[in-house]
Design a protein around this ligand. Structure first.
Ligand SMILES: *Cc1c(COP(=O)(O)O)cnc(C)c1O
Length: 960
């Protein structure tokens, strides 16, 4: 037998065969089916000649998993994880292991999609509802949202809400107290500039001297002082200003609720509830306000409704407020948020319960008392005379303190040459306090924690008037699951209600639900990535710096741009950041008056929402009957608006799933008229290695790393939306007040709280690229296109495909038109979506970008077997529809109309009166029988939920 050599054997691209669903033989079968000889032949049939990249990618060869992990291990080792007392919104925390393993590291939780199909998402909807309940209990307000991106962007959202609801209609000033965290002020200023608001930063008490629509304060301020501004708040409110308040979630366990002080909006980071710092994220921000402002809330809200059986069921409430629907009139551009992290924080509260949280918070406060008392006994008085966990000091000896801190691998907060601060957290120990004494006083201070603990009996670090006087988290959910067994089962019970990628394919058009490989995910949990504070000195973050630089270089190669900005923590934030860069560029050329943003009709809702955030005027351009940008209309508008044209926002391949032939021309037209081209990169999965936005001629794009580059969706977040820019825009991307690696753009305003957004999930995209390499990335794109065309081909005999490009092909996704079916049978796209749940599938994207359609994007990761199962389900469903058309089933009593079916349905004796069998209802094919997913509720009533808006945990009586 002739043996293959070692070299030949090692040439097998191991990870590629793990990442890509169909093997070589199946790819060939599928190519035969669609009528192409090879992947290259298929590309030639589909991708317009003038945009085809004439070169291979240059991101290196593929690594196998072991090699890739060994490499990133080296990178991780370059991060020096010092003990952090920096605080400023980021605190070490202990992730309960039961949550780490069963939620954070569990594909049942992290691969789920945003719960747009609530019947198969009741688990995470309950977890988010718990998060909202927690937010409402701690803030004392009536209504909370399902999570925002971070504390600083939440502050910007609070300002925008204040403007919407304030009755001080003429006021244009937003006041920010100067003791708010600097990164928060930075992000607020950036946003205010776009809106044209005047921001005044000053001592809190000066707020009353101005005519304001709103003001921002921080409850425990940046020095640690606990502010009681209730009288000030009352005065401001008398002047019709909206009072917004940043608060620390852990301190709220002990402190009087901000609502009791009079705040109208309260927000903050939920990071220290069991989510690692991760060099800046991802973490969830909580956001709560008064019921009266519910229509102005940014982000999503989970609400309680009922299903067709009258059973309680959860869903996203008031979706009509969302940017998808309201576009430039939306409250915010938030799309992907931080669901996975909000769930972790809510589980942390469920696991510890009110007593456990009180113990944790009290212990932190007690340690701070002891630290302050010890230092005071040595003549070092803190600047703040009240505190929860943070004390700040003046010292003329700061250099020596700094040196001792560094020697002890410890970071304090340094505000100036003479001022520093210390924030404690749940991981702080007695020994840590002794070490802090050593650092600040030098050794030989003679202080003893046990002695201090015994001596310091009464302290008023939390003023009596500001102690919490209400119970928190009395709801049974927060009082039942404190043993690990109960907690594990609660998490599992919820997980079981949700369909995620570990059950079946989620073919969501525009959202690219591809494999999130374990080898890509593993490093995220490593302490070297998880436990870095975002404002650590750069020397300690060499691993992150290398990772970010290498990843940026790769993304530069992949996108054809010149530079990448890693700050935006979602695609929509990337849009916002990119549009700001465009505006600043125009300003730099004396053309700051350019403010019109052209957006084709078919655009994703975040595009116009972001343009509005960036202070632009949106002008919609038409699409022709084939779904392409109507070039004549575009040319006419570009000409007419040439003097005020800022940019265009296009998506490529278009949201209609085709490679428009004219995309280069579109770029040229815009450039001719002095505009810039923003290319929405959500569809990069059809570009990588085949073409690129830079090559096409665009100036800036965001990348959804949580779509194309393998970061999981987490049930609705986290995400990362870095932007690529051409060189002329590079000086105008987001900077940061605190972290300055020495780039041109460092002094620009920030768009996120942390300099590199949700840095700790970057290893996922990094590993994705390293494991696939240049060839693998390209092949992934090709197979994504093959898979989409295979599904299209197989379904096209049964359903009309709405748009196709050259040679009647689609790109990486296809839109199935259900409107003719609705016409002939009365069966709606919703019925079909819900019926797919009975077949064990998540519905594809519904009614975007065209109402009455489904957009299917299978991705390269789905095998032929899985595609065939989906195709079988869709064809079967078409047969069921035919039976409705033929009158065999009544229009209002058939397997589609009644979908999804639950166990309760088939246990119901009344089922006998239905014109179809139980078997057809729940086991329509053998494949389903072998791997049944049970939706836990019937179809949910949206209208009922909005009319009876309820966004907290349901009172227990309701269960009885
Ligand atoms: C997903 C998507 C966005 C928004 O990205 P987020 O990360 O959800 O903010 C923008 N445009 C298109 C076309 C998308 O598919």
């Amino acid at each position: 037998m002739s043996k293959q050599t070692l070299t030949q054997l090692e040439q097998h691209e191991l990870f590629l065969t793990r990442h890509i669903g169909p093997d070589a033989e199946q790819q060939q079968q599928m190519l035969n089916e669609v009528g192409a000889e090879s992947l290259n032949d298929l590309m030639e049939q589909i991708v317009p000649e003038n945009i085809r990249l004439g070169r291979e990618l240059n991101v290196g060869r593929s690594n196998d998993e072991a090699e890739g992990l060994a490499y990133i291990r080296q990178v991780a080792n370059k991060n020096q994880v010092y003990k952090s007392y920096i605080g400023m919104g980021y605190y070490p925390t202990t992730v309960p292991n039961v949550i780490l393993r069963n939620v954070f590291e569990n594909p049942g939780w992290y691969t789920a999609y945003t719960p747009y199909q609530p019947e198969i998402a009741q688990g995470r909807l309950e977890a988010i509802l718990n998060f909202q309940h927690l937010s409402m209990d701690l803030t004392g307000l009536d209504l909370a949202s399902a999570s925002l991106l971070d504390e600083a962007t939440a502050a910007a959202e609070a300002m925008a809400l204040a403007k919407r609801v304030s009755k001080a209609k003429k006021a244009n000033i937003f006041f920010v107290a100067d003791d708010v965290f600097p990164q928060t002020i930075d992000v607020v200023k950036t946003r205010a500039e776009c809106f044209g608001f005047d921001v005044i930063v000053g001592p809190a008490h000066e707020a009353v001297n101005h005519e304001l629509f709103g003001a921002l304060f921080q409850y425990t301020n940046k020095l640690g002082q606990i502010n009681d501004h209730s009288e000030l708040f009352a005065e401001l409110k008398a002047k019709k200003a909206i009072v917004t308040l940043a608060a620390d979630i852990m301190s709220l366990v002990l402190l009087k609720s901000p609502a009791a002080l009079g705040a109208d909006v309260v927000f903050g980071s939920a990071q220290r509830f069991g989510v690692p710092m991760g060099y800046g994220g991802p973490h969830a921000a909580f956001f709560a306000t008064r019921d009266a402002y519910k229509r102005s809330m940014p982000g999503r809200i989970i609400g309680v409704s009922q299903d067709t059986r009258g059973n309680r069921a959860l869903r996203m409430a008031m979706q009509t407020r969302e940017q998808h629907i309201r576009r430039e009139k939306a409250n915010s551009n938030i799309c992907t948020a931080q669901v996975l992290l909000a769930n972790m924080a809510s589980f942390y509260a469920v696991f510890h319960g009110p007593q456990g949280l009180k113990t944790i918070a009290s212990r932190i406060n007690r340690l701070t008392d002891i630290l302050a008392a010890g230092l005071k006994s040595k003549g070092i008085n803190s600047l703040n005379d009240t505190w929860f966990d943070t004390v700040s000091f003046e010292s003329t000896d700061l250099e020596a303190i700094k040196a001792r801190a560094l020697a002890a691998q410890t970071n304090l907060r340094y505000d100036s040459d003479t001022q520093f601060g210390i924030s404690l957290d749940e991981t702080t120990t007695r020994d840590d306090i002794v070490q802090l004494f050593d650092i600040i006083l030098g050794e030989g201070h003679g202080l003893d924690v046990d002695n201090l603990d015994a001596q310091v009996t009464a302290t008023a670090s939390i003023p009596a008037s500001l102690e919490r006087d209400t119970e928190i988290l009395t709801h049974p959910t927060f009082n039942r699951y404190h043993s690990e067994t109960e907690m594990m089962r609660y998490i599992k019970r919820l997980e079981n209600k949700d369909l995620a990628l570990n059950h079946s394919m989620i073919s969501l058009g525009s959202c690219t639900m591809k494999l999130n490989a374990v080898a890509e995910m593993l490093p995220v949990s490593w302490p070297e990535f998880a436990n870095m504070h975002p404002f650590s000195p750069l020397e300690q973050a060499q691993g992150y710096t290398q990772l970010i630089n290498e990843l940026s270089d790769w993304l530069v190669d992949i996108t054809g741009y010149d530079a990448v900005c890693m700050q935006p923590n979602s695609g929509a934030q990337g849009e916002y950041a990119g549009l700001l860069a465009i505006q600043k560029y125009h300003e730099s050329r004396g053309e700051g008056h350019r403010n019109v943003c052209l957006i084709p009709q078919s655009a994703h809702g975040t595009n116009p929402a972001s343009a509005q955030l960036a202070g632009m005027k949106v002008v919609v351009t038409a699409c022709d009957k084939d779904g392409n940008v109507d070039l004549d209309d575009l040319r006419a508008k570009a000409e007419e608006l040439a003097d005020s044209l800022s940019c265009i926002m296009i998506t490529y391949p278009s949201t209609h799933g085709v490679y428009e032939e004219t995309v280069k021309e579109i770029c040229e037209i815009i450039h001719q008229h002095g505009g810039q081209v923003y290319l929405d990169g959500a569809n990069m999965n059809a570009q990588v290695g085949i073409t690129s936005p830079g090559f096409i001629g665009a100036d800036v794009s965001h990348l959804n790393l949580h779509k194309t580059f393998a970061i999981p969706h987490g049930g609705g977040g986290p995400g990362m939306g870095p932007i690529g820019v051409k060189a002329h825009l590079a000086p105008f991307v987001a900077g940061h007040t605190l972290v300055k690696p020495g780039r041109e753009s460092d002094n620009n305003g920030a768009v996120s709280a942390a300099p590199y957004g949700s840095a700790s999930i970057l290893p996922i995209s990094y590993m994705y690229i390293r494991l696939l390499g240049s060839k693998g990335l390209k092949q992934s794109t090709q197979v994504a296109i093959l898979n989409a065309n295979y599904v299209t081909k197989k379904l096209s005999d049964h359903y009309p495909v709405l748009y196709t490009g050259r040679n009647d092909r689609v790109a990486h996704e296809c839109i199935i038109d259900l409107r003719p079916i609705k016409e002939s049978s009365g069966v709606t796209e919703m019925d079909i979506a819900k019926r797919l749940n009975d077949y064990g599938f998540h519905a594809p994207t519904m009614s975007f970008p065209v109402a009455g359609t489904l957009m299917v994007e299978p991705t390269e990761s789905e095998s032929k077997v899985e595609l065939d199962r989906f195709i079988e389900a869709m064809i079967n469903i078409r047969k069921e529809i035919a039976q409705v058309e033929a009158g065999e089933f009544p229009a209002d009593n058939n397997p589609l109309f009644n979908a999804p079916h639950t166990l309760e349905d088939i246990m119901d004796a009344e089922f006998d009166s239905r014109p179809y069998s139980r078997e057809l209802a729940v086991f329509p094919t053998d494949a389903v029988k072998a791997n049944k997913f049970w939706p836990t509720v019937n179809r949910i009533d949206d209208v009922f939920g909005d009319r009876n808006l309820f966004c907290a945990c349901v009172p227990m009586e309701a269960y009885e």
